[in-house]
Design a protein around this ligand. Structure first.
Ligand SMILES: *Cc1c(COP(=O)(O)O)cnc(C)c1O
Length: 433
């Protein structure tokens, strides 16, 4: 009873004072107060479990409140909470950098910390542009892919595909060379457009930014490793930097530890966040090859990377990341394979449903498009209806438009994952037309 009253109080305070992300507050269902979490489960004020089938916006890696990470956070918080990260350093940040470098594709050696995925991308774009300026051969143009999503700050929005999200700011975004979608056909159109951009006389590309193998917010679009290798080969040949935004795909999401590694490529710059701390605390990292770092070494102080955030390399966040990285062992890889196998089987079983299109699985991520009725327009509404439908049945799902996806924490049990698919199946059965 007391817990329920506390939940009602949270809801009332929230309704009076909080502005939520990606939420149209007019007519929105009131947010669900969550009081604790464990493994793949969230618990509401009544103690009812909700299976977190989307890893709380793709961040929860191993599972909620993992004891090893919780302990690392508590111990670090009691020892060193925070210290300015210019002219000072500390073990969590230095050791994490070394541990990341040891596990990243070989050659990515220098770690710049920031706060989240968007800032990791902002830093990558700034490094790429200033790298060329510092070398005395300024290059100004950045190329990005159709359907890309790189974050919500202005640079990241510029690199992201134009969408409803970015429309109000369209005039303030900088120009991007927009390449065709990587999942459209055989990739020839993309490579041809890339060739044109790379060869532009007098205005060569500074960098190409991609989400390796999986475009997340743009619709969980899986694309080929071969095409990624072709993009890498061309950028290497012509000198443009390749930025891999692995904010979503890092830390085993797509199976291998990094999607770049799975495709056998090494980008020049990689952006990490989301699962970096296991989903405990916000932290971003932009990791570059040593020659890029070297281009900022100069007697001329104007060549400095003048970028930083108040909480850069926060020791508690770095400690969480070290604990999470330690959990990415062989047993975790086996668990990811087991999740992928369940995805394949259950998505495969859904594939014959008349409204299921383009079923796809990449590692721990599974998705399909929900096709509309002939009446049209009904479509995205019905996919959106899944959120409430699933929540009533104890499952957290959040389609991206017409794209229904499952992206669970690795701790999800086979039975819980089965329940997630049962709910999707029931929903589809009720919406066969
Ligand atoms: C989520 C995401 C971002 C932005 O990360 P935030 O932490 O939300 O700022 C950037 N790139 C990709 C690929 C993402 O999925």
């Amino acid at each position: 009873m007391a817990a329920l009253r506390a939940g009602a109080r949270v809801a009332a305070l929230d309704a009076a004072h909080v502005w939520h992300p990606y939420t149209q507050h007019l007519g929105a269902a009131p947010p669900v107060p969550i009081v604790r979490a464990e493994g793949a489960l969230l618990f509401d004020a009544a103690g009812r479990p909700i299976i977190d089938a989307i890893s709380s916006w793709w961040v929860t890696l191993h599972g909620h409140a993992h004891p090893a990470i919780a302990r690392a956070v508590a111990e670090q918080a009691a020892r060193l909470d925070q210290v300015i990260f210019t002219a000072f350093t500390h073990e969590p940040a230095a050791a994490l950098a070394a541990e990341l470098v040891a596990r990243l594709p070989e050659g990515l050696t220098r770690v710049f910390y920031s706060d989240d995925g968007s800032t990791a991308v902002e830093v990558a774009l700034k490094i790429a542009l200033q790298y060329w300026a510092n070398r005395g051969e300024p290059r100004r143009r950045i190329a990005a892919l159709t359907h890309a999503y790189h974050g919500d700050t202005f640079g990241a929005m510029s690199a992201s595909a134009p969408s409803t999200f970015t429309a109000p700011f369209a005039d303030q975004l900088f120009d991007i060379v927009r390449l065709p979608a990587p999942d459209d056909g055989d990739g020839v159109a993309l490579l041809r457009a890339l060739d044109v951009a790379l060869d532009a006389p007098g205005d060569p590309l500074a960098a190409v930014i991609v989400e390796p193998r999986l475009q997340g917010a743009g619709g969980m679009r899986v694309w080929s490793a071969g095409l990624l290798r072709d993009i890498r080969a061309r950028t290497l040949e012509r000198g443009a930097l390749l930025i891999a935004d692995e904010v979503l795909t890092g830390f085993g999401r797509t199976g291998p530890l990094f999607a770049s590694e799975g495709a056998g490529i090494v980008p020049d710059i990689i952006c990490l966040s989301k699962g970096l701390t296991g989903g405990f605390l916000p932290l971003g990292a932009t990791v570059v090859r040593e020659p890029i770092f070297d281009a900022f070494l100069s007697e001329d102080r104007r060549r400095t990377l003048f970028h930083g955030h108040s909480y850069t390399a926060n020791p508690i966040a770095c400690a969480a990341a070290r604990a999470s990285l330690a959990l990415l062992d062989a047993a975790c890889a086996a668990r990811r394979d087991a999740i992928a196998a369940i995805h394949e089987r259950r998505i495969g079983a859904l594939a014959s449903h008349p409204r299921v299109r383009r079923p796809r699985v990449l590692g721990t991520v599974a998705a399909f498009d929900l096709a509309g009725s002939d009446a049209g327009g009904y479509l995205s509404d019905s996919a959106a209806g899944l959120t409430a439908f699933a929540l009533e049945r104890g499952v957290l799902l959040r389609p991206l438009g017409d794209v229904i996806y499952v992206l669970p924490p690795y701790a999800i049990t086979d039975a819980e994952l089965g329940q997630v698919y049962d709910v999707i199946q029931t929903f589809l059965a009720a919406h066969a037309q």
